[in-house]
Design a binder for this molecule. Structure first.
Ligand code: MG
Length: 459
């Protein structure tokens, strides 16, 4: 059967693959899944076309007899705020119109279950079945609900919840100065408020909503160069760059250096285990894209590492099933389970400030605890089938060579002073190559070699 859902919801270029018609039908399919009378929260980020897509989804939901509440003020809220509201305000589910970190011409639709976590693969399949067979459960006019309501508690209840998880007095005493780069999107509505509540002074960059962000929506060392320069020039304590919908946080130390999320999570996880969640199982769940630096550091601190395929819902569901102190991805998604079993950029920056306050250290001093590897990430345009061929070829090549292989998603190979991951993307038609090595030279050579091999097999 054809597929709609990728790694993380339905994505496409807005008004092209992701047409209003698709959104309407998907709304009807989602209504068929949740059923008549269920209460669904709907919100969005500030991407182009979001308003039209949201209205089409809402029309589809209403035609299936679903009670809809739209986040007040045009639907704008970070994904984690909508997820938290779904759980804490007793909704049966939520729909978020967002394409997260994808380029600005993309938009997407993501479905949340009652625990505030994205629905599982089985539920996605049921929605796809309804969508493609067009067997929608519509209600007769006498039972239909014709208007969506408004939910005005989403932003405030989320900010309160993040702050409630933090030792506010401890952080306030430090009076941190923090740069916030919201990529002109919805974390503008929450992260500056969280920082103020923690006694920190937010310096805002691109914290007004626009469909045209000043940088690419994915927070990376290259997209955060300007943010890093500002942190250093103004002598701030820390910087944070969010993705479009605010579930990722990539941090910048006071020297202006940008750190991938697995480094941040490697520091946060033992802190959380030792100071905040002493009764939880000492387990950390992460995806195969996480650096060996992080996994080795965690193991040295007595934490067990559990690997999942890429895609944060795999991490959420494993945490739900087995418990643990944290879950994370290298891209800046960090899960703090007592708050929400989903990535949350606002929670991440709040926890990091608490760690800096308690350990009385500068951010760069904390990151200096980790060994230094050099990372190269590239992607090669390629369909899924060809990409799987490349993965298969590499598996045959590296098997039985005494290296540690993880094959739950693509192929991950660990050597003594390097590791790499090659996998088909779940959101774009590309093959992703990720290499880290102790020397930049080695990382570059290895990345080039892998890319060359991939192109040769593709041809
Ligand atoms: Mg996101």
């Amino acid at each position: 059967m054809a597929k709609l859902f990728g790694t993380d919801g339905v994505r496409g270029r807005v008004f092209q693959e992701l047409s209003p018609l698709l959104a309407l039908r998907l709304g009807m399919a989602i209504a068929s899944y949740f059923g008549e009378g269920s209460v669904i929260l709907v919100g969005r980020d500030s991407r182009a076309g979001g308003d039209a897509i949201l209205k089409a989804v809402v029309a589809g939901l209403l035609s299936g007899g679903v009670r809809v509440r739209i986040v007040s003020g045009g639907g704008f809220a970070p994904t984690p705020a909508i997820q938290y509201a779904t759980k804490s305000l007793g909704y049966d589910g939520a729909v978020v119109v967002t394409a997260s970190h994808n380029p600005p011409e993309y938009n997407g639709i993501k479905v949340i279950g009652p625990l505030g976590v994205e629905i599982g693969r089985e539920a996605e399949k049921r929605i796809e079945e309804a969508y493609f067979s067009e067997r929608f459960r519509l209600v007769p006019w006498s039972r239909a609900i014709y208007d969506a309501g408004v939910e005005d508690r989403v932003i405030d209840s989320y900010v309160d919840a993040v702050v409630d998880n933090i030792d506010v007095g401890l952080v306030r005493r430090r009076g941190f100065r923090v740069l916030v780069d919201c990529a002109n999107n919805v974390s503008s509505l929450t992260t500056p408020s969280i920082l103020r509540r923690l006694g920190a002074k937010p310096y805002t960059l691109a914290c007004e909503l626009s469909p045209l962000p000043y940088r690419e929506p994915e927070p990376t060392p290259s997209s955060l160069i300007e943010a890093g320069t500002i942190v250093k020039a103004l002598g701030l304590d820390l910087g944070v760059g969010h993705d479009g919908d605010g579930d990722r946080a990539i941090l910048i130390d006071e020297q202006g250096e940008v750190w991938w999320g697995d480094r941040t999570a490697a520091l946060l996880s033992p802190y959380v285990a030792d100071h905040k969640l002493r009764d939880a199982p000492r387990r950390v769940v992460t995806a195969v894209s996480t650096s060996s630096i992080a996994s080795q550091y965690l193991e040295e601190h007595g934490l067990r590492v559990e690997w999942t395929p890429v895609g944060s819902i795999n991490i959420s569901y494993m945490l739900l099933e087995k418990g643990g102190v944290a879950g994370f991805e290298e891209n800046g998604g960090f899960i703090y389970p007592p708050h929400l079993l989903a990535r949350d950029g606002g929670m991440t920056i709040a926890l990091f400030l608490e760690m800096m306050a308690r350990e009385n250290m500068k951010a760069s001093q904390l990151y200096a605890r980790l060994p230094r590897y050099h990372a190269i990430k590239t992607k090669i345009p390629m369909g899924r089938e060809k990409a799987m061929k490349v993965v298969e070829h590499l598996r045959e090549k590296y098997e039985g060579k005494g290296l540690r292989l993880v094959t739950v998603d693509g192929i991950r190979v660990e050597g003594d002073d390097y590791w790499f991951l090659v996998r088909p993307s779940g959101t774009e038609p590309v093959l992703r190559i990720m290499v880290e090595a102790r020397s930049l030279e080695k990382a570059r050579l290895l990345a080039e070699k892998l890319a060359e091999e991939a192109r040769r097999i593709q041809a």
